[in-house]
Design a protein around this ligand. Structure first.
Ligand code: RFL
Ligand code: PHB
Length: 389
């Protein structure tokens, strides 16, 4: 098997890169270790920045998103049982779209299948060979047999636990990392959201988030410990905690059947550089942010929005400037998102340290009362649209 760009991973990064390259007429193959059903039903992110929605829309995969996605002009910070609205659109001129990551993935897979471009499920990459040569190879297994895909570039879009990053020798890779002493227990509930806008709640018992997926489906999270076990969280305990942590005067949380639940630990991680020879990393394969800033999916799309034109310039114009600048350019946005995600995480989660909890309350009061502080939060939340980012 041969192609020009071998893309490992059919998450948002890999599928969007494949979509952009196919539109530009550049042969590419996507290899995905899981089944189509698995990647289409994996519940993850829900908040899309305008940069993300514009890219999907302008490349022909935004039709269902524009029909079913919900445009939000503000978010709520809730503490001391009081609501404080951050009026994002008024403060920044930009909004966000609530549309599930798995819906984005479904739309991209549908477009890919329609284009006829190759996408192999249950094809697991085992290793990369010769990534510093002009003909790297991806070794993968499918149907119990080993295969090789020869290419000119490998795009490592295989997420945090993928294998591509490990093809970079330790001496050539710098890793920055922070683990947080928090986890998130997330649920999907078959009940109309009790709120029109997302609620980020700070409470002495821990953080809670009320998000949504549609007029019929709510998405909620509670802070738990990073090594917590779902067995400790029967549905009644989840709802009890949500009621307490999200409580506000004159507001009611509606319960419904829980149709999905899971626990995620939280970490910040950056691997630098994002390019090694003919290997290009994108998305979670190169960086992870804690979900409090809603940035992971948007960063994955921002990476490939840089990478695709860089590869097009290479193949069509023979210039390497875009590829040479890819890592540095992408990492500027990544570090901005790292700082913001860390800030939001510290701002809202219950700390073991009472000094931190009091400092946090003061920061929240400041954001709630200072238009300058609120605008700074809003500007980062909607996604920086500043020169250099
Ligand atoms: P993905 O989505 O992990 O996709 C990687 C794909 O690679 C496949 N794979 C392999 N394929 C072949 N061979 C191998 N050896 C392979 N190893 C792995 C995997 O099966 C998978 O299909 O990475 P990508 O594309 O970089 O996308 C990143 C996003 O998924 C992630 O950043 C977001 O989900 C993070 N995130 C959020 N981001 C936002 O922008 N807004 C949000 O509101 C938001 N909320 C969240 C989140 C992540 C969460 N969790 C579960 C970590 C909320 C949560 C709870
Ligand atoms: C979600 O809807 O899943 C969601 C929303 C906001 C976040 C994280 C996750 O910060």
């Amino acid at each position: 098997m041969r192609t020009r760009v071998a893309i490992v991973g059919a998450g948002p990064a890999g599928l969007t890169l494949g979509h952009l390259l196919t539109l530009a007429g550049i042969d590419n193959v996507v290899l995905e270790s899981r089944t189509r059903e698995h990647v289409e039903t994996r519940v993850r992110a829900g908040v899309l920045e305008e940069g993300t929605t514009n890219l999907l829309r302008s490349t022909g995969v935004g039709e269902r998103m524009d029909r079913e996605g919900l445009v939000h002009h503000g978010v709520e910070l809730r503490f001391d049982e009081t609501a404080h609205r951050i009026a994002m659109s008024d403060l920044t001129g930009h909004s966000i779209m609530v549309y599930g990551q798995q819906e984005v993935v479904k739309d991209l897979i549908a477009a890919r299948l329609q284009s006829g471009a190759p996408l192999h499920f249950e094809a697991e990459c085992a290793s990369l060979e010769d990534v510093t040569s002009e003909r790297p190879r991806v070794v993968f297994t499918q149907d119990g047999r080993a295969h090789e895909l020869e290419c000119e570039f490998v795009a490592g879009c295989d997420g945090f636990h993928g294998v591509c990053r490990s093809a970079i020798p330790a001496a050539a890779l710098r890793v920055y990392e922070r683990a947080y002493p928090f986890g998130w227990l997330g649920i999907l509930a078959a009940v109309a959201p009790s709120t029109e806008e997302l609620i980020y709640a700070r409470h002495p018992r821990g953080f809670a988030l009320h998000s949504l997926r549609s007029p019929e489906i709510s998405r909620l999270y509670v802070q738990c410990s990073p090594d917590d076990d779902l067995a400790h969280w029967p549905d009644t305990r989840i709802w009890d905690e949500l009621h307490v942590r999200l409580a506000a005067k004159g507001w009611t949380l509606h319960e419904g059947p829980i149709i999905e639940k899971g626990i995620t630990s939280m970490r910040s991680f950056v691997a630098e550089p994002m390019r090694y020879g003919r290997l290009l990393l994108a998305g979670d394969a190169a960086h992870i942010v804690p979900p409090t800033g809603a940035k992971g999916l948007n960063l994955a799309i921002a990476d490939v929005a840089l990478l695709a034109p860089a590869l097009v310039d290479w193949f069509h114009a023979g210039t390497s400037t875009g590829l040479d600048m890819y890592s540095d350019t992408a990492l500027r946005r990544v570090w901005r998102a790292q700082d913001f995600s860390n800030y939001m995480t510290a701002l809202l989660h219950r700390h073991d340290d009472e000094f931190e909890n009091m400092r946090q309350l003061s920061r929240l009061q400041y954001v709630a009362n200072s238009p300058a502080a609120a605008r700074s939060l809003a500007e980062n939340y909607v996604g920086l649209q500043l020169p250099g980012f």
